[in-house]
Design a protein around this ligand. Structure first.
Ligand code: FES
Length: 92
């Protein structure tokens, strides 16, 4: 990996670089959920929509596992602020 590759930002929301992702995969954290817990990669406002595919490809490549056998991370509903009046009206 060249120095320029190390600094490529994979998760823009949490500012996680390709070098950090590769380092933690090499330490044995080779699932999307483990990398989320260790680095917060995929826990930003986009909830991994911008980075999860890249992280899965990195896991696949470094572990020699086919991409279709690399599990995506746990999906949580996006949290968006809503007005209290919307709740009070029963969502109408
Ligand atoms: S780019 Fe990774 S959580 Fe948004």
């Amino acid at each position: 990996m060249s120095d320029s590759d190390r600094d490529i930002v994979v998760c823009r929301c949490e500012e996680i670089t390709l070098g950090e992702i590769r380092e933690w995969i090499d330490r044995g954290y080779d699932t999307v959920n483990e990398l989320k817990r260790m680095l917060r990669a995929g826990m930003g406002p986009c909830q991994g929509r911008g980075c999860q595919d890249i992280i899965m490809r990195e896991i696949s490549g470094r572990r020699g596992v086919p991409l279709d056998q690399t599990e995506p991370g746990t999906v949580r509903p996006p949290v968006k602020p809503i007005k209290t009046s919307l709740l009070a009206s029963g969502g109408e």
